[in-house]
Design a protein around this ligand. Sequence first.
Ligand SMILES: [Fe+2]
Length: 196
Amino acid sequence: MTGIFALDLPWLTSRFDVATGAIDGVPSVQRYLADLRGCFADARAYEAALARGNPLVYSVASVEPAHGAGDLHYGLAVVHPGRVGGEYFHTKGHLHQWREAAEIYLGLAGEGAMLLESERTGETRLVPLGEGHVVYVPGYTAHHTINTAAVPLAYLGVYPAAAGHDYGAIADSNFRSVVVERDGRPVLLERAAFHA
Ligand SMILES: [Fe+2]
């Protein structure tokens, strides 16, 4: 199956492992609890959790070809189960540097949700993401993923190569809402109300 293309691109096909979050031949970024300072609403609960241990919260393996402006990039992510002060483990979240860039998320395993927050209108949507779910993230939308179950949540995110990741805007102002466990179920709360 080689020689079909003028360039023997290493990206033409890859094997991925939903259990480990690995994609053959590409680097994976691990985010442990200690890397997520400021990401959880309850700072006291965060410090208490960190004193007990530093678990892996999520990993992302990214395939990022760089052949031209039309490239697509994709990442396989696994968010592990857990909570900090009732708030479910989640990714840091970001806007795209190129704000117009949209993204497709394909749920592969587990059960969770995506928090979407429009930078333009301030509207918030919590939508399901898990095995059998596809989520379309429009441009100008801050997004992160949340594991609301007791097993790992795995998904693939596909985005334009030019999208870029802007973590700073979220780190500065954070999402306006949090997803917390109440009576065994995920509930969306205003961050300010959760603090109160
Ligand atoms: Fe994204």
